[in-house]
Design a protein around this ligand. Structure first.
Ligand code: GLN
Length: 201
């Protein structure tokens, strides 16, 4: 069952979409760009890309994605949020009253590296992946606090930058901007697991 095809959407309202599609395909998934809520029905998993979280959140509200993605998540379907996508998934955003999706039990800070480290690359060891992953950080957020169900998969300078809560996966960095698609492979694995579980009923 491990090689069954999974269909993963990339939310294409704003941000880095085509690079995610390419990495997902390399990871063996069928990848589609998602612009309308109806497209969610045929998907096994969803990526919320990097970009500008306020813009992505605003467009999600405008086009009815907030409720629909919450339902998608309630059904146990895996969601992977990268950079701005991590912020969109968080239950709490520092200095902001309302979250966007508010699904993952964590508090996050936007643009947490300050001006000096606005954008940089590093080799990041990630739990569950054998060798360090090439990670590109761009005006990246950090995870400040996590709930009990959240497992930290990677830290950078002792700060949390990759985490998982059941079917939800997040990274502060952009895993789609390099040729290293192993985090997409990890996510595709989560989606396959969900799909084979769902098939068994
Ligand atoms: N700084 C952006 C935000 O707060 C995230 C940056 C990114 O996705 N590369 O939404």
């Amino acid at each position: 069952m491990t090689n069954q095809t999974v269909k993963i959407g990339v939310l294409a309202l704003q941000g880095a979409v085509s690079e995610h599609l390419r990495s997902l395909e390399r990871a063996g998934a069928e990848a589609v760009s998602v612009k309308r809520t109806e497209q969610l029905d045929g998907l096994d998993g969803l990526v919320i890309p990097g970009g500008e979280s306020t813009t992505i959140g605003k467009l999600m509200r405008k086009y009815g994605f907030i409720e629909r993605v919450r339902e998608f998540s309630e059904a146990g379907r895996p969601i992977f949020g990268t950079c701005a996508g991590l912020i969109v998934l968080a239950k709490e955003i520092e200095g902001q009253e309302e979250p966007h999706l508010g699904l993952m039990d964590m508090k996050v800070a936007r643009n947490a590296f300050g001006r000096q480290r606005e954008s940089f690359e590093t080799d990041l060891p990630i739990k569950g992946i054998e060798q360090p992953v090439r990670a590109v950080f761009i005006r990246a957020p950090l995870i400040r606090e996590i709930g009990e169900g959240v497992e930290v998969l990677a830290t950078y300078n002792e700060e949390m930058v990759t985490a998982r809560e059941g079917h939800l996966l997040v990274s502060s960095f952009h895993p789609e901007l390099t040729d290293d698609y192993r985090l997409h492979e990890y996510f595709a694995g989560m989606v396959r697991e969900f799909k084979s579980g769902a098939a068994k009923g």
